[in-house]
Ligand binder design. Structure first.
Ligand SMILES: Cc1cc2nc3c(=O)[nH]c(=O)nc-3n(C[C@H](O)[C@H](O)[C@H](O)COP(=O)(O)OP(=O)(O)OC[C@H]3O[C@@H](n4cnc5c(N)ncnc54)[C@H](O)[C@@H]3O)c2cc1C
Length: 389
């Protein structure tokens, strides 16, 4: 029997690779193994679905069986890969052993968990999958129901003022919750945005009611008492916040244990070359799990689209190097919509506001290396992309 190409992971990276491959070849055996259900959904919707009253079921755009059928893929769902034997080209899973001709690691990343003290530390939620979102949705719905009964606003504490923390802050304040965000930085989305623009976003969300606690961290989360489902959230400075839900959005990190145990080179992700090949022959990686050339991790949708297209050709015997163009990211904060094309890491230069709503990152020779747009100026993204050198 012909050995299949095996893809591990049914996120955007796994399914997009399958789709791209099927555009080029209808019959090569494809086996997709995934720990989750395999249902296809747009992960970016998780941080703006609640205000739109969309629950987990409504976010699934194509059920797993439909994906498997339309892409002619054999699906092994609810199956965890526990080991990779790259010498014998097999994977060991909770459902037995499978041989591959080529292997794609599309295993994503997991929420970073920092040590938090307190008897309710395990109640802190984070959202990086449909299942995580189900838990959050259920809890928010319960809390919202209780708020309606008592006519008192319910409190959400968000750890992390990065892109995802800010999107949730916007979504949950719009849903009628009282929202407080805690972050050690001094402005929202400090890793991506020029400080001035981050501050504008902070002010815009503050006008909606978001309370910011910058320059500090959450130290402990405790139950308020035996009869209450609320929490006391203690900050490093000693202040205590009351929360009905604590949501951690402090970032993601690839879980490298599987790849490391198989002897693959790993740093911040599974290291791949321009052809997305790992340090082992016939083993490839992309998406949130991968670390691309020049040490870049690119945990966004657009890089996956480019990587999957190149990888599909490579897997079918036409070695194709991935080339990433400038890929602006839209930040889903309707209170102040933003688009940012951050300069490549290590690019020397500085941000300056060229006109209201337009920030440019230029190098010492005044060459445009990145930009950030806000409000109505976000529609100028294509125009600015053309100007970046
Ligand atoms: C809330 C949120 C909002 C976002 N918004 C945006 C946005 O607006 N724009 C943007 O560009 N990006 C956004 N992103 C990032 C983007 O969604 C991700 O980069 C992308 O979805 C990652 O896809 P992936 O397939 O690499 O990983 P994942 O979606 O994490 O998929 C990993 C898959 O691997 C499986 N798996 C893992 N380990 C194993 C194992 N050992 N055995 C079997 N299966 C395994 C998992 O079950 C899962 O199916 C957002 C992310 C989040 C969390």
């Amino acid at each position: 029997m012909t050995k299949p190409i095996i893809i591990i992971g049914a996120g955007l990276a796994g399914w997009t690779t399958a789709r791209e491959l099927r555009k080029l070849d209808k019959t090569t055996p494809l086996l997709l193994i995934t720990a989750d259900s395999g249902d296809f959904y747009a992960k970016p919707s998780l941080s703006n679905a609640f205000a739109q009253k969309r629950g987990p079921g409504q976010l699934v755009t194509t059920p797993a069986t439909g994906m498997a059928e339309s892409q002619n893929v054999t699906l092994q769902a609810h199956t965890r890969v526990t080991a990779i034997d790259s010498l014998n080209q097999t994977v060991h899973t909770s459902a037995g052993e499978f041989a591959y001709v080529k292997l794609v690691l599309a295993t994503g990343a997991q929420p970073i968990r920092i040590p938090i003290a307190g008897d309710a530390a395990s109640a802190v939620l984070s959202v990086n999958s449909l299942q995580d979102f189900s838990h959050l949705h259920e809890r928010l719905t319960d809390v919202q129901g209780a708020a309606e009964a008592t006519d008192a606003k319910k409190h959400i504490v968000i750890m992390g003022a990065g892109l995802i923390g800010c999107e949730f802050a916007n979504d949950l304040i719009s849903s009628g919750f009282a929202v407080t965000v805690v972050d050690p930085a001094s402005a929202p989305i400090a890793a991506l945005l020029p400080k001035g623009l981050g501050e504008q976003l902070g002010e815009a969300l503050a006008r909606q009611g978001v309370v910011w606690n910058f320059g500090t961290t959450v130290q402990s989360v405790d139950h308020q008492g035996n009869t209450s489902s609320a929490f006391n959230v203690k900050l490093a400075g000693g202040q205590t916040l009351v929360a009905d839900v604590v949501l951690s959005a402090i970032g993601l990190r690839a879980d490298l244990s599987l790849a490391q145990a198989a002897g693959l080179q790993c740093e911040r992700g599974i290291v791949v070359d321009a052809h997305l090949q790992t340090s082992a022959p016939n083993v490839y990686a992309l998406g949130d799990a991968a670390q691309y050339v020049n040490g870049r991790t690119l945990p966004y949708v657009m890089p996956i689209m480019h990587a999957a297209k190149a990888l599909a050709a490579t897997l079918l015997g036409q070695p194709t190097a991935v080339q990433f163009p400038l890929m602006p990211v839209a930040i889903k904060t309707p209170t102040l919509p933003l688009v940012v094309a951050a300069p490549a890491p290590g690019t020397a230069g500085q941000w300056a506001q060229s006109e209201p709503g337009v920030w440019l990152f230029t190098d010492a020779h005044q060459a445009l290396k990145g930009f950030a747009l806000s409000g109505t100026h976000t529609s100028r993204r294509a125009e600015l992309v053309k100007q970046v050198v």
